[in-house]
Design a protein around this ligand. Structure first.
Ligand code: NAD
Length: 276
């Protein structure tokens, strides 16, 4: 199975299914990213704060895969926000990854009280102009924060990475992203495992398709147009999650999963609009 690509507003494209490495130690990241490449993933999501860019870089180097066949994302950490500090942090991330250019650089959190995100965004625009990074986007922004970036710079983020899973499906923010030509990327797409993967509705749909609950949730993300980056450090699950590309849900399945939304009650992580 090959991964479908979605096209950004800047003309570049991103594999719709990727592999995330939050809370994975550097040496483990090297091992599991190699397993992910073997399973067929070509898109890896890391961040400076994960402390495993070097491990991801070693897996890339060992893979023998060409940079043009890979899609690597990393993120600017909060403490590095600001114009000059962003340019420096970017170079350090690229060095740790061992890459000449990056596919996607994201501002990790909006940090409204810090209020440096517009200057930070201007640095990302400069990095893209200079060719150091192909595409630029953000993570964990509010609608108001996104609107401000657009109004003050005229450059629309390619993608917005947000907490998004069936218990917190972010219909409103997805609609705002789409209306502005911004792709939506789902973090904690499996709701971090646990209750969501034990849900009866999900189990029923999984049984109907001869699929697993994790595959059904990933197939839902793909069906509603999200870029999705599930994490596992267990090789059989890394393979299982990739095989979700072969699971096609029908309209009734998608409606049923849409119905699991709990609104703000379903949120696991901090609210970006107030988190600093
Ligand atoms: P996730 O929703 O991907 O859940 C991962 C957990 O689900 C695993 O640790 C495991 O317990 C379980 N799991 C995975 N596959 C399974 C399977 N096939 N069967 C049963 N259980 C399974 O959680 P996540 O790691 O929080 O999110 C995924 C990625 O999103 C991260 O690795 C990271 O790259 C990104 N992320 C970004 C942000 C951000 O602020 N931008 C925040 C959190 C996560």
């Amino acid at each position: 199975t090959s991964t479908p690509n979605l096209t950004f507003n800047d003309g570049n494209s991103i594999p719709q299914l990727g592999y995330g490495v939050w809370q994975v130690a550097d040496d483990v990241a090297e091992k599991v990213v190699r397993q992910a490449f073997e399973a067929g993933y070509r898109h890896i999501d890391t961040a400076k704060i994960y402390g495993n860019e070097a491990g991801v870089g070693r897996a890339i180097a060992a893979s023998g895969l060409k940079p043009e066949d890979l899609f690597i994302t990393t993120k600017l950490w909060n403490a590095d926000q600001g114009y000059e500090s962003t340019l420096e942090a970017f170079e350090s991330s690229l060095d740790r990854l061992g890459l000449a250019t990056l596919d996607l650089y994201l501002i990790h959190w909006m940090q409204p009280k810090r209020d440096k995100y517009v200057d930070t965004w201007k640095a990302l625009i400069e990095l893209q102009k200079s060719g150091r990074v192909k595409s630029i986007g953000v993570s964990n922004f509010s609608k108001e924060g996104l609107q401000r970036l657009i109004d003050e710079t005229g450059v629309v983020p390619a993608i917005h990475q947000i907490e998004l899973h069936p218990f917190f499906n972010q219909a409103e923010l997805r609609e705002f992203n789409a209306a502005n030509g911004i792709l939506t990327q789902a973090w904690s797409p499996l709701g971090q495992g646990g209750e969501l993967l034990a849900d009866e509705t999900i189990a029923g749909i999984a049984a109907k398709h001869g699929a697993t609950p994790a595959q059904v949730v990933i197939a839902w993300h793909l069906a509603i147009g999200n870029v999705v980056i599930p994490k596992s450090v267990t090789e059989s699950r890394i393979v299982e999650n990739f095989a979700a590309l072969g699971v096609t849900l029908d309209a009734a399945d998608i409606e049923a999963i849409n119905g699991l939304d709990r609104g703000a009650e379903g949120r696991i992580g901090p609210d970006p609009a107030v988190s600093d």
